[in-house]
Design a protein around this ligand. Structure first.
Ligand SMILES: C[S@@+](CC[C@H](N)C(=O)[O-])C[C@H]1O[C@@H](n2cnc3c(N)ncnc32)[C@H](O)[C@@H]1O
Length: 266
């Protein structure tokens, strides 16, 4: 596993129990992604960076697959996934693999659909990860990706710069966000035919404390909080959020990039 993949996974394990509550507005993004897949018989599904299982749950509700393989290096997220899918959909066969996307031991050409929601931006090698996921598809299978879109979160990045967050964090946005053209190119390089690639931009006015809770859940590995306490960086960010908040709270734009692509039939 890459160093960045490992530390992100450790952070997600620390935030696993609070994850659903902290980023609950992302659920509708997963639902829209799955609703954008073409009609089909998706019996075998691979969910990469599967987290707590929202996107797989959306897949089950729409297509009733027989089997889902969830891949995620975070054991804490996999535990939440197993509980959620087991309770809601006991008839679906679930296999969970604690692996990095680049090392996943899943067979090539085996899946009717590969889904990857809000995870690609954590992967170090994005074109390589898209190619690895494409390889896992059967001919005619569909890859569906939801990731951070370029141009979002400028207000958040500027706040991080003001409180002297490390360059690894402030530079994260330029490195990890994706634009429609970049995604289209990655899909084509992986031998897929893009069907639908689009960006959504939304403006959020959020309570600074709620935003801080979300940050502690999704970016725990960047905050470096000690067990049961808060790092100096965490405290600077919390003060910065309260300072930046106006009457409507902390305001920032957020972009999400959606992509649906198909592997050509043989
Ligand atoms: C923001 S969560 C998204 C989870 C879920 N797909 C959802 O939509 O709620 C990102 C997930 O990607 C996982 N992840 C991070 N780096 C990874 C990697 N290199 N390979 C596979 N998964 C990774 C994290 O552990 C985390 O569970």
């Amino acid at each position: 596993m890459s160093t960045s993949g490992k530390s992100a996974a450790e952070g997600f394990t620390r935030g696993a129990e609070s994850y659903d509550q902290a980023v609950r507005h992302n659920i509708s993004g997963s639902d829209r992604l799955i609703m954008s897949l073409p009609e089909g018989d998706y019996r075998k599904v691979l969910d990469v960076g599967c987290g707590t299982g929202w996107t797989s749950a959306a897949m089950v509700r729409r297509f009733s697959p027989a089997r889902i393989v969830g891949v995620d290096p975070s054991e804490g997220m996999l535990e939440q996934f197993a509980t959620k899918l087991g309770e809601e959909f006991p008839d679906v066969e679930v296999e969970l693999r604690a692996e990095d996307v680049m090392d996943m031991g899943v067979p090539d050409g085996a899946f009717d659909a590969v889904i990857c929601a809000m995870a690609l931006h954590w992967f170090a090698d994005k074109p390589g990860a898209v190619a690895r996921m494409a390889r896992a598809l059967k001919p005619g299978g569909v890859l569906a990706i939801l990731t951070a879109g370029r141009g979002g979160e400028d207000a958040w990045r500027e706040l991080l710069e003001r409180v002297d967050a490390p360059a690894a964090w402030t530079g994260w946005f330029a490195t990890n966000q994706r634009d429609v053209d970049e995604m289209d190119a990655d899909l084509r390089s992986a031998g897929l035919e893009p069907l639908d690639v689009w960006m959504e931009r939304r403006r959020r006015h959020t309570d600074p404390d709620a935003f801080m809770a979300r940050t502690r859940s999704v970016a725990a590995h960047l905050l470096e909080n000690p067990p049961g306490g808060y790092s100096d960086l965490d405290q600077r960010i919390e003060r910065g959020l309260h300072g930046a908040a106006g009457p409507d709270g902390f305001t920032y734009d957020y972009c999400k990039l959606f992509a649906v692509a198909q592997k050509p039939s043989e």
